[in-house]
Design a protein around this ligand. Structure first.
Ligand code: 13P
Length: 256
């Protein structure tokens, strides 16, 4: 099975939650709770102001740190933005790019997503590129069209060698924060389709190695069935990543 070629990954997306004081408490609970998970990668994607303390607190542990966005310019007059080099120097290893909330509320387009992906990869960051259809698009039966377009445009001008640092997160917008999880079959169908889209462009050898996550109301109860699917290599977890216990249960399911 090709799944064996891929190391599972569980990433928490804290979104705009946790002040530095609160972040310290949560990280202090997460680190010991997941310390024995040797068979999967663990990432916490925290707000910008929590990044430095997250990097410090996870030093020499199996927990890696990610940001939730990055600007594409190397530096300059972009008030309020953060560059890839800034993240890299801080010790951040991952960055989420193109989350549906960024697309929906902050005018992110496939073109700006692509610029960010390339800037992050050039700086040596690992990218978690988010794709996914909204409810209307699913009802209109254009899910494949949407995720194919987002995947292709998001990865435009990204070389095959760089794909080792690209993770795709399939997050159906209708499942995010709604408690309405995609069924394992629905999630698998789209994740395997995404792998085929990648194979068309980069070949099957490369596509077989790409980590594809599911995200959207994944929790301690439904994680096992989702993670059992052939093309679902892990999860991008919102709400449940804010509770150390729930997050560690999901990690142990991925680690099993
Ligand atoms: P929830 O797990 O809260 O549905 O959020 C998913 C998500 O958007 C992760 O990026």
């Amino acid at each position: 099975m090709n799944k064996a070629l891929r190391r599972p990954l569980i990433a928490g997306n804290w979104k705009m939650n946790k002040t530095p004081t609160e972040a310290k408490e949560l990280i202090a609970d997460i680190v010991p709770a997941v310390k024995d998970a040797d068979n999967c990668d663990i990432v916490i994607c925290v707000p910008f102001i929590d990044l430095a303390l997250a990097v410090d607190m996870t030093y020499q542990t199996n927990v890696k740190v990610g940001a939730q966005n990055v600007h594409f310019a190397p530096n300059g007059a972009y008030t309020g933005e953060i560059s890839a080099a800034m993240l890299k120097e801080l010790g951040v290893e991952y960055v989420i790019i193109g989350h549906s909330e960024r697309r929906q509320y902050f005018g992110e387009t496939d073109e700006t997503v692509n610029l960010r992906v390339r800037a992050a990869l050039d700086a040596g960051l690992k990218v978690i590129l988010c794709v996914g259809e909204n409810k209307d698009e699913r009802l209109a039966n254009i899910t494949n069209e949407i995720v194919s377009k987002q995947t292709k445009l998001g990865l435009a001008d990204v070389a095959t060698e760089a794909l080792a640092n690209v993770i795709i997160a399939y997050e159906p917008v209708w499942a995010i924060g709604t408690g309405l999880t995609a069924t394992p079959e629905q999630a698998e169908e789209v994740c395997s389709f995404i792998r085929r889209v990648i194979a068309e462009k980069y070949g099957t050898d490369t596509a077989d190695k790409v980590i594809i996550l599911y995200g959207g109301s994944m929790n301690a109860v439904n994680a096992r069935d989702l993670l059992a699917k052939e093309d679902i290599d892990g999860g991008l977890i919102g709400g449940a990543s804010l509770k150390a216990k729930d997050f560690s249960v999901i990690v142990s399911e991925a680690n099993a």
